[in-house]
Write a protein that binds this ligand. Structure first.
Ligand code: AOF
Ligand code: ZN
Length: 365
């Protein structure tokens, strides 16, 4: 891209690289580090699956002696704390790096600016805030969990040309084409958990896994809001719970019913986790999910689940896919349609996938 400084071009590359391990590093963020010497990338790394080792230590090991006098580009402020690994700031200092360029400072209270101070105190030139908006976007899950103590929530909607999400009683209706569906599977791969309402689970019998070739192992945890515990043990979700975890969220007061206990047992025998938490209390549910290390949540349907997350003010990003087909009679209306900006959100990105379009909106605050 012309007009970008050298720092911005290397940071853009680092931000692209860190996206590779999104969804694999919970509860750590996926961070990338490039070591650049005389305008050439001599080493690069991204936080390892599981969250460790951190990006910087891997990149420095790869660079070896070449790190001396080099510039390190890091998407997140290097850590300053002795956690499960020694501080990355110390590793950068020991390697003799001359300059460190950072996109986003780390809100983790053990770091919070200390990483940058350690580097400066050691005489290293430090630059921060480079491509910060893109960096924050790539780190959104981690930043939201750190600052709001809940997962970052993406609402994905697939809307027909006439503004419908589906047709009442018709099960799954194809609204978007294969290219959009591929994108949705990439989103699933990058996300820790995916959530639907019981209405969608009963109508569509979806699997909610990532089925892109090569990414099959990256399916998110699947969550169903199911106040009356209606998910069938014969559903695809229940039958595949041993391969990819399924959590059914159900209301407390049902425990007193004998039929409830039997249904709970049948689901648990298949490996489904039954979480007692009132599905109408989304704040409490999201806090519970964050405590389990879930930093990102994809809400995939249906209209009611979408509405309740929006009404609770718990949507951070909207991915609006608009297909080329119309639904017509008996359609279920979407809360949003193409071309009309949702209140409190701004357009961040737009793209075309085959005959479909995507609008990505980001919450304003
Ligand atoms: C970095 N580079 O690649 C990542 C960082 O439990 P620990 O020791 O792994 O520390 C977790 C914290 O480390 C996490 O909350 C965040 O502050 C930072 N993550 N830092 O320098 C990395 N993934
Ligand atoms: Zn670190």
């Amino acid at each position: 891209m012309s007009g970008r400084t050298e720092d911005e071009r290397f940071m853009a590359a680092a931000i692209r690289l860190c996206r590779r391990n999104l969804g694999l590093t919970a509860t750590n963020p996926s961070v990338a580090c490039l070591i650049v010497k005389d305008g050439v990338i001599v080493a690069s790394a991204v936080t390892a699956p599981g969250g460790r080792p951190h990006a910087e230590t891997q990149a420095l090991a790869e660079a070896g002696e070449a790190a001396r006098g080099a510039t390190a580009y890091v998407t997140l402020e290097p850590c300053s704390h002795h956690g499960k690994t020694p501080p990355c700031a110390d590793a950068l200092i020991a390697a003799g790096v001359a300059r460190v360029v950072v996109s986003v400072t780390d809100p983790d209270e053990r770091v919070a600016g200390r990483g940058l101070s350690m580097l400066r105190d050691a005489g290293i030139a430090v630059e921060t805030g480079v491509l910060e908006s893109d960096g924050r976007n790539a780190l959104a899950a981690y930043l939201t969990r750190q600052t709001k103590k809940r997962p970052h929530v993406t609402l994905k909607l697939a809307v027909s040309t006439d503004g419908m999400l589906g047709r009442l009683g018709a099960g799954q209706v194809a609204i978007t084409g294969p290219a959009s569906r591929g994108q949705v599977h990439v989103l699933r791969a990058e996300t820790d958990a995916i959530l639907i309402g019981i209405g969608t689970a009963l109508a569509d019998d979806p699997e909610l896994t990532c089925r892109l070739p090569g990414l099959e192992t990256r399916s998110p945890v699947r969550i169903v809001l199911d106040p009356r515990l209606e998910l069938s043990p014969a559903s695809k979700l229940a039958r595949t719970a041993r391969q990819v975890p399924v959590i059914v969220v159900t209301a407390k007061d049902r425990k007193s019913e004998p039929a409830f206990a039997a249904r709970q047992e049948a689901l648990e025998a298949l490996g489904v986790e039954v979480l007692i938490c009132d599905p109408r209390e989304l704040d409490a549910l999201l806090a519970a999910l964050a405590t389990r290390g879930i930093s990102s949540l994809l809400v995939e349907g249906g209209a009611r689940a979408a509405r309740s997350f929006l009404d609770a003010g718990l949507v951070d990003r909207i991915m609006l896919f608009t297909g080329a087909a119309a639904i017509g009679k008996e359609g279920v209306a979407s809360p949003f349609v193409s071309g009309r900006m949702p209140d409190g959100f701004s357009l961040r990105h737009a793209a075309r996938y085959g005959a479909d379009s995507l609008q990505e909106y980001e919450r304003d605050d």
